[in-house]
Design a protein around this ligand. Sequence first.
Ligand code: UD1
Length: 341
Amino acid sequence: MKKKNHVLVTGGAGYIGAHTVVELLNAGYEVTVIDSLERSELRIVEGIKSITGKEFSFHKIDCLDASAMKSLFEANQFDSVIHFAAYKSVNESVEKPLMYYQNNVGSLMTLLEAMKQYRVRDLIFSSSCTVYGQPDYIPVDESAPFKKAESPYGASKQLCEHILEDMATVGIRVASLRYFNPIGAHPSGLIGELPIGVPNNLVPYVTQTAAGVRAQLTVFGNDYDTPDGSCVRDFIHVCDVASAHVNAIQYLEDLKAGKVFEAFNLGTGKGVSVLELVQKFIEATGVNLNYKIGPRRPGDVEKVYANPEKIVKSLGWNPQYDLGQSLKHAWQWEKKIHGLS
Ligand code: UD1
């Protein structure tokens, strides 16, 4: 059998990164993980090892550290890179725009510099549906233009995609995966998201409320132009997000020579409202949830969900989990964090 390629995963101890490392190891890839551990913990790295029973190299490196990145590339021959390392809080980015541009754009630039110098050609980039803003039509496809970003976080993702498009001319081949709303955790209950402080995202807030860490969930707005008045999103199991990265690596590996920058929507294609998700959580877990309706959250997009046709056709990717399973797994992980049964 052909030896599988060596993949560098930046931010591999993070939420989506860790689940992707599991998929890569299970698919037989040699994996090197780097993470600053600023927003994750070593126990996630241990969790990956327990799930897969496989070894991989882990280095505590911040992608902004150009000399550490150079040494890493000097010491390893990578075939491809998956770049997760970035900040992802919309609210925080509004408060600290410079920190977001520095970290999200700066780390990509340092990485690209190393890739160029050491002739590593293939890159999978963690993008986001936030690049579309509120699209003119839904389900949104990849040809929809970028609208003005709602936050510095969104703008940083748009900027990164522009930079990557320009890199195609110097021989870096890119698949940019535009995630919709990843939720859930690994079915083993050994890895999942570790939100810092009060979660901004819906599902960690839901599970923390169910666990009694938060008193009450606030649904931000029920007066939107949607069937039940709450916002509509495309929630996707994190393991399905993770598996798409393996398809994307194979896609780049199989390409003939030439310039490549391809963006792919990574969503299920199903729009689900916030209130529907709350009901589904109660139904799937049997746990009651204390919630109230509150005012709209500034900067929220009313409704967005993916047209996933391109990723399904070109990468042969298909999601495996439904919303109920995703929420059950999210709940299982939350209980694990608090030692609840
Ligand atoms: C946004 C971005 C997404 C990005 C993510 C990173 C868009 C459309 N999506 O996700 O690309 O990766 O941030 O954090 O720009 N909600 C509540 N109560 C809560 C929390 C959330 O009602 O306590 C609602 C929000 O108003 C929203 C929905 O739940 O309608 C989802 O919110 P969230 O999980 O924060 O994700 P997005 O804002 O959609």
